[in-house]
Design a binder for this molecule. Structure first.
Ligand code: CTP
Length: 415
């Protein structure tokens, strides 16, 4: 029986639609509490979440795939290969798909494997591949729960920043009474919703991001470009979405894969296109983060036909492109926040600081090509943020997703 407050909270969650369109991957392991997965899926779906379920092979002894697939409206994953077709189930994609993983119930066995990084089933492989928040709901018998090994594993998982959905006290499957009952689905919904509601700090803000290279055409088959992958800007766009902002991403000619579906995407090719798209969008934005590697020069003449090979030397005349960031710096109103990037190979700090002033920025994100973990195409970055008041913050080398969080946390202090 749900308490009055619990019913009120669920109603509030439903009204606020905190989990609306959130992608939840539910991991179900082999314990008697697996039956509670059914009501948890119903609550999540009712709350607007999209749910996919990964079961350990043993979980299928406690709950049927048909129940879980009917409720989640998705196929159930339980093995590395689909048994009928032999098709490989991509655990990396499943892990990257999820905005959050909830492992409920989490048996003593699964918790031990998670804590030790073992990977002998699809759920564990997905857990290890994921970089989203992970919630786990310990569920086991009283003495198993009290065993120092289980306690140690819970502490280890929390040290990985996994979030415990605390076990309750009551009658257990063995008939014993004590702690070890899986957290009730309503409480799980409360904890997960609370987690996401705290993270919508940028709700109501519209933020422009640009990313990727630009291509400057030379003739119909050639261009001048650079190696930018757009990964940093895409990570920023996704993190802004996670915090509830409306995001407009102007992206150069690179793949737009891995982007949050809520991002409003504008694809462009040249520096001039970048300028036109960004200056138009900026007027409706509270902030802009310009991470694109915009070409500084373009060919003075763009040939209509393919340039033919003739003389031994070919001199190309280049002319300056528009500086998109600098233009936004002149348009900027006192209520808007403008952030630029600086890619430097020497005299890094001073060069970045002079760009910050010249382009009228609130802060600049410095990348040095001399840092091993930074640079085009990498999955990590190492940054220093320099603010217009002269303060600077240097961060360790981190995955770009975490670098995006650091940048946006500083942005929040300016908004
Ligand atoms: N930028 C821009 N438009 C350009 C060139 C750069 O908007 N035509 C922006 C970049 O997106 C970045 C910042 O300006 O946010 C700094 O880019 P960077 O390449 O480090 O410096 P530049 O200003 O181009 O100067 P230099 O190449 O001489 O270092």
């Amino acid at each position: 029986m749900k308490s009055f407050w619990q019913r009120r909270f669920i109603l509030e969650i439903l009204q606020k639609k905190i989990l609306n369109r959130k992608k939840i991957l539910l991991g179900v392991t082999g314990g008697i509490a697996a039956y509670k997965a059914a009501s948890l899926i119903r609550l999540l779906i009712k709350n607007g979440a999209e749910v996919k379920v990964v079961c350990t092979p043993n979980a299928l002894n406690f709950v049927t795939p048909l129940t879980l697939s009917t409720l989640s409206k998705n196929a159930i994953y339980s093995h590395f290969f689909v048994q009928e077709t032999g098709e490989w189930v991509n655990h990396v994609e499943l892990g990257k798909w999820a905005d959050a993983i909830i492992i409920a119930p989490a048996t003593a066995n699964t918790m031990a494997k998670m804590a030790d990084g073992l990977c002998d089933n699809l759920l564990l492989a997905t857990y290890l591949s994921a970089d989203c928040p992970v919630f786990f709901a310990p569920a086991m018998d009283l003495d198993m729960y009290l065993h120092p090994a289980s306690k140690k594993n819970i502490i280890t998982l929390k040290s990985f920043e996994n979030i415990e959905l605390p076990a309750g006290t009551g009658e257990l499957a063995s008939g014993l009474i004590g702690k070890g009952r899986m957290c009730e689905p309503e409480t799980i919904l409360e904890i997960v919703s609370d987690y996401f509601s705290k993270s919508i700090s940028l709700e109501g803000k519209t933020i422009l991001v640009n990313a990727g290279p630009t291509y400057e055409k030379l003739d119909p088959v050639r261009f001048i470009g650079n190696y930018s992958s757009g990964k940093m800007g895409k990570a920023i766009a996704n993190e802004l979405c996670n915090r509830g902002a409306k995001v407009i991403l102007v992206l150069g000619p690179v793949k737009s894969d891995g982007l949050d579906t809520r991002v409003e995407l504008i694809k462009i090719e040249s520096a001039q296109d970048m300028y036109e798209a960004c200056s138009k969008a900026f007027t409706q934005c509270d902030a802009a983060i310009l991470s694109a590697a915009v070409a500084d020069y373009r060919p003075a003449v763009r040939a209509d036909q393919k340039i033919k090979k003739k003389a031994d030397n070919y001199n190309l005349e280049l002319i300056k492109t528009v500086d998109v960031l600098k233009s936004l710096g002149t348009m900027k109103t006192p209520n808007q926040v403008l952030i630029g990037f600086a890619l430097e190979t020497e005299n890094e700090f001073n060069n970045a600081q002079s760009k910050l002033k010249k382009k009228n920025l609130d802060f600049i994100v410095l990348n040095s090509m001399n840092d091993k973990g930074a640079g085009f195409g990498k999955d990590t970055n190492k940054i220093t943020i320099i603010e217009k008041n002269g303060k600077s913050h240097t961060f360790d080398t981190k995955p770009k997703k975490d670098v995006a969080k650091d940048i946006i946390t500083v942005l929040e202090s300016h908004l």
